[in-house]
Ligand binder design. Structure first.
Ligand SMILES: [Zn+2]
Length: 343
């Protein structure tokens, strides 16, 4: 039994949908919800209902111009192609507000110590949404909104965001690029959409050093990712001492997800979860929130999300062992973040 873990699942997340095939669609979640509602998981987690965030909360991250665009399209039944991946229809803004609101609910329960950790199984995803525009299936930046909510409502000023989606979290970086109240770490495949996330993107002004980008090569798998995540968590968490850890949890670096060339196994997501729990416990009383981003093979998405949930629910048995990887270590050689952090 581990009822200190909260999960957000809600059928209203299926309402943002268009006829034509999109990789990002309600089928990504439907089976997963069924499994989590089955007797196997009964009583093992606390189900949390989302709320719709207020437009004034949306303004803490996104520009008025973009919010006006979203509102204008929310009255049209006909889908509008915002860009080649991202569409808007009458339910899109509401569904996106409900997605961010799933994160807010978990933040509240974790901050009140009703829960110690959570996973928002939401859509649409958020980490590509910049202040002034949506992109890459993302409408509102859920993880950035959650971070701003933690700052504004709970007075936190050291929040760490770890993004292991295979694509760079350009939107999250955009929001906090000049901010030292968020340390943003992104591990992503080099040279793919959205073509940002170079190691030299380190932040600006008082945010200098607070964006840490780790582009990895196609073919990198469990050993390389575990080495990099382990090394970076150990150094950055110990030096930054986050008060809360948010995770942009994307599942498209899986070997069976054809959108990428990386080769993570399903079980890697359990390992990563145990590592994140360990550092959250050391730094911030276990305050840890996973937020769903990408993952476009419904089969590997489902098994990998369940591996994460099993990692949240299982007892902690000592530290996760990390094997050395020479080719992963090379990624850190001469990394510009070394001017700010010992890594
Ligand atoms: Zn992705």
């Amino acid at each position: 039994m581990n009822n200190n873990t909260g999960l957000v699942l809600d059928n209203r997340y299926f309402n943002h949908v268009i006829e034509r095939q999109s990789l990002e669609n309600p089928e990504r979640l439907r089976n997963l919800y069924q499994i989590l509602e089955s007797p196997k998981y009964k009583g093992r987690f606390t189900k949390i209902d989302p709320r719709e965030i207020h437009i004034s909360d949306v303004h803490t991250v996104h520009s008025s111009f973009y919010i006006d665009q979203l509102r204008n399209h929310s009255i049209n039944k006909d889908p509008y192609s915002y860009d080649k991946d991202t569409y808007l229809m009458d339910q899109s803004l509401h569904t996106a507000q409900l997605a961010a609101g799933g994160c807010f609910q978990l933040v509240d329960k974790i901050m009140s110590q009703e829960l110690s950790q959570g996973f928002a199984l939401i859509r649409p995803p958020g980490h590509h949404a910049e202040m002034g525009r949506g992109m890459g299936f993302c409408i509102l930046n859920n993880v950035a909104l959650a971070a701003r909510y933690l700052m504004k409502n709970y007075g936190l000023n050291r929040i760490m965001i770890i993004d292991f989606d295979v694509h760079h979290g350009n939107g999250t970086q955009d929001v906090f690029y000049e901010d030292n109240e968020v340390l943003f770490l992104s591990i992503h495949q080099k040279g793919i959409f959205p073509f940002s996330g170079d190691p030299h993107e380190i932040g600006k002004g008082k945010g200098e050093g607070y964006s840490v980008n780790i582009p990895v090569f196609s073919q990198f798998g469990d050993t390389e990712y575990t080495f990099l995540l382990g090394r970076l968590l150990q150094s950055l968490v110990e030096q930054y001492l986050p008060q809360f850890i948010l995770v942009s949890a994307g599942y498209d670096a899986h070997v069976d997800d054809s959108i990428s060339g990386t080769t993570l196994s399903t079980d890697w997501y359990r390992t990563a979860t145990l590592m994140l729990r360990q550092y959250a416990e050391e730094a911030c009383d276990g305050r840890l929130l996973f937020i769903l981003e990408g993952g476009y093979n419904p089969v590997s998405l489902e098994s990998s999300v369940l591996a994460t949930i099993d990692g949240l629910l299982q007892p902690m048995n000592g530290r996760v062992g990390v094997l050395h990887s020479n080719r992963a270590e090379k990624v850190l050689h001469n990394h510009p973040a070394r001017s700010f952090w010992t890594i």
